[in-house]
Ligand binder design. Structure first.
Ligand SMILES: [Zn+2]
Length: 109
């Protein structure tokens, strides 16, 4: 199985009220560069074309596939340290919470 990384991108200024993008890739640095060049996907292509800047904030390496959706769900509340400051919520905690909930769902904690 390929090693997967989930990444968080910050969009500046926000595009159509959207200021973040979360994705997953087995080649995360290449994938992020493609997003930044407008070749990463439909939505980020539009964002780049409109002149917005996409910067990477965080990469969670070697994570299970399900972590992407978990991170997206949790991101309904903005936890980007660039937006809300580092003291608000640590991004490492997101992965800890994910594994904690996963263990709970398997009844092993
Ligand atoms: Zn942000």
């Amino acid at each position: 199985m390929p090693r997967l990384s989930v990444y968080l991108l910050h969009i500046d200024p926000p595009y159509a009220k959207r200021s973040h993008y979360i994705g997953i890739s087995s080649n995360v640095h290449k994938r992020i560069r493609r997003h930044q060049c407008g070749q990463g996907g439909k939505s980020t292509k539009r964002i780049i074309k409109a002149g917005h800047i996409i910067s990477w904030v965080c990469i969670w390496d070697n994570v299970p596939w399900a972590f992407e959706n978990y991170a997206k769900r949790r991101f309904r509340r903005n936890i980007c340290p660039w937006c809300v400051g580092c003291s608000e919520y640590h991004l490492e905690k997101l992965l800890d919470d994910f594994y904690r909930e996963l263990r709970r769902s398997y009844g092993t904690s």
